[in-house]
Design a binder for this molecule. Sequence first.
Ligand SMILES: [Zn+2]
Length: 223
Amino acid sequence: MSVPVPRRAVLRGAVLLGAAAGVTALGQFTADRGARAVGSRVDQPVIANCATWGARPPSSAVTVVQNRPNKIIIHHTAFPNSTDYSLAHAYQNSRDIQNLHMDTNGWIDSGQHFTNSRAGYLTEGRHGSLYALLHGQTMVQGAHCVGQNSQAIGIENEGIYLDVQPPQALWDSLVTFCAFTCQQYAIPATEIYGHKDFNSTQCPGLLHDRLPELRSAVAARLG
Ligand SMILES: [Zn+2]
């Protein structure tokens, strides 16, 4: 789960990347999907963009940071461990997170860059995050981990894992997502962390204990 960041940090140097831009970029990459860059080993996973899952527009412009992220930070949502493994539920989960972050936390948009459902469906979080990932040169400033929001990609995993393990489908999707993100941004597999490494929180529960396993699995996928 995310924690508040100062609003001025979010607003500084804002550049709007609207839903329409994201759709166009995704379309281009979908069309080019068969042509991977030389040296790339991890295929682009399906990641539903904000328009696809019915995101609200940001309340103000998101900030595009002109640097690559240097790490990935793993979160769990602390929402209930739903047994609805449908795509529709994954999209609803994304909307629930965005509503919480905008209406309760007062943020401009979802705090995290991406979301992974218990069934392993990946969705874009904050607007512009997918466009940035596919191009691999910039990132959108997030609101998921104090002190790391302009240098770490944050992924929220649906559920709460303080005393139970996540479903295998969530784990498999997380490995794929991290491998693709490491590839796109040239992030070493060793640079995958949990929220509690940086802030005072229990997040992401048992997923934190499995970070060595996650890093190894991602390294193997990167080859
Ligand atoms: Zn967290």
